[in-house]
Ligand binder design. Structure first.
Ligand code: BTN
Length: 240
């Protein structure tokens, strides 16, 4: 596994995507500062300083895109929960891949696939985790109520140690996950998931859908019971 450290970059995901052919499978790119960090749905990912995690894992799992590759974000969210647990913090997952602590967002994942025609050239699996921030800094983050690990455990966090632990946990089960897919982690993922059984509003392709969050299916999609029946969605943003 290759590890590349950059002092500053626009976004580790953008950099990984633009140079996807140059990086071998399982290359880890991380930076101290992102000048144009991106989140899902064209949101920004804010730079809270060099002691926070901004990392992209470059993967070349195969040339034909399969469903399991979309579920890598959920796999990584689960691994992030495990690492946070090792710091004594209970973390939850808001479908599909937001990491929360006490309802506050601590980490987010952005996975982007690069294609040439219908051939998959690679995947840039990016994650940001707030590790060291001041309360006023996390309060200034728009869109979401956020937190940082140091604020939860009342001590500074060693960014490099956190990164190494997460990368190690990620690759520990990665090959098996590629073979077995989301069903192999579903039970555990469900245990960490919030809002199941509750009425939710989800933004789906610029449309708001309301209904009861029934479960997460074996392909990782969310099942929602609406007034006009049950639907499954593979993308969306649960509001609130
Ligand atoms: C989200 O919660 O919407 C996803 C946030 C993903 C942020 C990470 S930070 C490292 C990588 N580079 C980016 O520009 N984004 C991801």
């Amino acid at each position: 596994m290759n590890k590349i450290h950059l002092v500053e970059i626009n976004s580790t995901n953008t950099y990984a995507k633009e140079n996807i052919d140059k990086f071998e499978d399982k290359t880890v790119i991380y930076t101290d500062h992102q000048t144009a960090g991106r989140g899902r749905f064209t949101r920004k990912w804010f730079d809270l300083g060099s002691r926070n995690l901004y990392m992209t894992i470059v993967l070349h799992p195969g040339e034909k895109f399969i469903e399991t590759y979309s579920n890598l974000t959920q796999y990584l969210a689960l691994k992030t929960c495990k690492v946070l647990e090792a710091y004594g913090v209970n973390s939850q997952i808001k479908w599909p891949n937001d990491n929360l602590v006490n309802g506050k967002k601590i980490g987010g994942i952005l996975s982007e696939a690069v294609f040439k025609g219908d051939k998959l050239k690679g995947i840039a699996l990016g994650i940001g985790v707030n590790l060291n921030a001041k309360l006023e800094e996390v309060k200034a983050i728009p869109d979401r109520v956020a937190t940082a690990l140091n604020l939860e455990v009342n001590k500074p966090i060693d960014r490099d140690k956190f990164l190494d632990t997460l990368v190690e946990k990620f690759f520990e089960g990665y090959d098996d996950f590629l073979k077995e897919g989301f069903p192999s982690i579903r039970e555990e993922y469900l245990k960490y998931s919030v809002l199941i059984g509750e009425n939710i509003t989800i933004n789906h392709l610029n449309k708001q859908i309301q209904g009861k969050f029934k479960t997460i299916n074996s392909d990782g999609t969310i099942q929602i019971e609406t007034t006009s029946g049950s639907i499954n969605l593979s993308i969306g943003d649960i509001m609130g």
